[in-house]
Write a protein that binds this ligand. Structure first.
Ligand SMILES: C[S@@+](CC[C@H](N)C(=O)[O-])C[C@H]1O[C@@H](n2cnc3c(N)ncnc32)[C@H](O)[C@@H]1O
Length: 289
């Protein structure tokens, strides 16, 4: 596990949220607690911290023990969250998987480690695992999934090869079947997009994001701010379009904020990160044509 976990776009997110003393914040994806800790460093802030992964919540609880009296942890999918009477001064969502999930060989998120094909962020969820999808979907369904959620141009060949070779039980079996179906050399491992697609499908990530984009502006006070960090265009596009059309919000980032070269050098995962920030309008601003 990456104990030197670096939160992505940390300064930019905290500055964008205008974190202030005494403010109340929602961290919708606490993960290893990096962004949350930065919020809690400002005096008298309080945070409601969500994660659908109980292992992540446990680690965040340990890391943030010094702030225990100012933080409430909730094990929940952010799509299902409902505030308990609080209005937030700021909301942050740092989407996708954490380095802990990627680097934990048992979770099956990465082609780099042999593990059962699971990929559920909430291990207590009853839903399908990646193995269920791989071993029971038709070639057409798999190909659609790899194309839609992975933008994988060899989706059909890969799907056909998987159907020929299955059942597949482990990450490394799947990675080598994918590699055998993809021609030539590529700049990233040939299984990267297939793994991304499976993870998005197993966790219904785009459906959860859609619900979050619908409800989260209502959780903000007037002038409260929301910051969303996404890692691929399938996430960034709905944030951009939904916010632009949302009468409750003023978008503060015309272009998304990307990581500096120095951050990308220190943390290659930051390369694809895109930060967007919006402000909740007051009722009088909302009613203006
Ligand atoms: C990129 S990590 C967050 C890292 C965190 N900002 C930090 O600094 O340590 C994303 C986290 O969000 C969680 N997550 C992803 N989708 C979620 C959802 N729909 N509801 C709740 N948690 C979610 C994952 O389990 C993971 O722990």
């Amino acid at each position: 596990m990456d104990l030197l976990h670096r939160p992505v776009l940390l300064e930019e997110t905290i500055a964008g949220l205008q974190v202030r003393s005494g403010g109340v914040y929602l961290d919708a994806t606490v993960g290893l607690g990096g962004h949350c800790e930065a919020i809690l460093r400002t005096e008298q802030t309080r945070v409601v911290a969500l994660d659908q992964d109980s292992a992540a919540l446990e680690l965040a609880r340990e890391r943030l023990a010094a702030y225990a009296d100012r933080i409430r942890f909730v094990h929940i999918n952010f799509a299902e969250f409902a505030p308990q009477g609080e209005d937030f001064d700021g909301i942050v969502a740092d989407l996708g998987v954490s380095s802990m999930q990627l680097d934990n060989p048992d979770r099956g998120f990465s082609w780099r480690f042999e593990a059962p094909l699971d990929m559920r962020m909430n291990e207590q969820a009853v839903g399908e695992t990646a193995a269920d999808l791989i071993n029971t979907s038709s070639a057409t369904e798999l190909s659609d999934l790899f194309w839609r959620y992975g933008e994988e141009r060899f989706s059909r060949r890969i799907a056909r090869r998987i159907v020929e070779r299955r059942p597949l039980r482990t990450t490394t079996e799947l990675a080598s079947v994918v590699a055998s179906a993809v021609p030539g050399r590529q700049s990233i491992h040939p299984a990267t997009r297939v793994f991304q697609a499976l993870r998005i499908a197993v966790n219904d990530e785009l459906v959860a994001l859609d619900a979050f984009l619908t409800h989260s502006p209502d959780w903000l006070r007037p002038n409260g701010r929301i910051a969303i960090i996404s890692f691929h265009s399938l996430e960034d596009r709905p944030v951009k379009h939904r916010w632009r059309a949302d009468p409750r919000l003023e978008v503060l980032t015309r272009k998304p904020i990307s990581a500096s070269e120095a951050e990308v050098r220190a943390n290659p995962r930051a390369r694809s990160a895109r930060l967007r920030i919006a402000r909740r309008l007051s009722p009088s601003e909302e009613s203006q044509p």
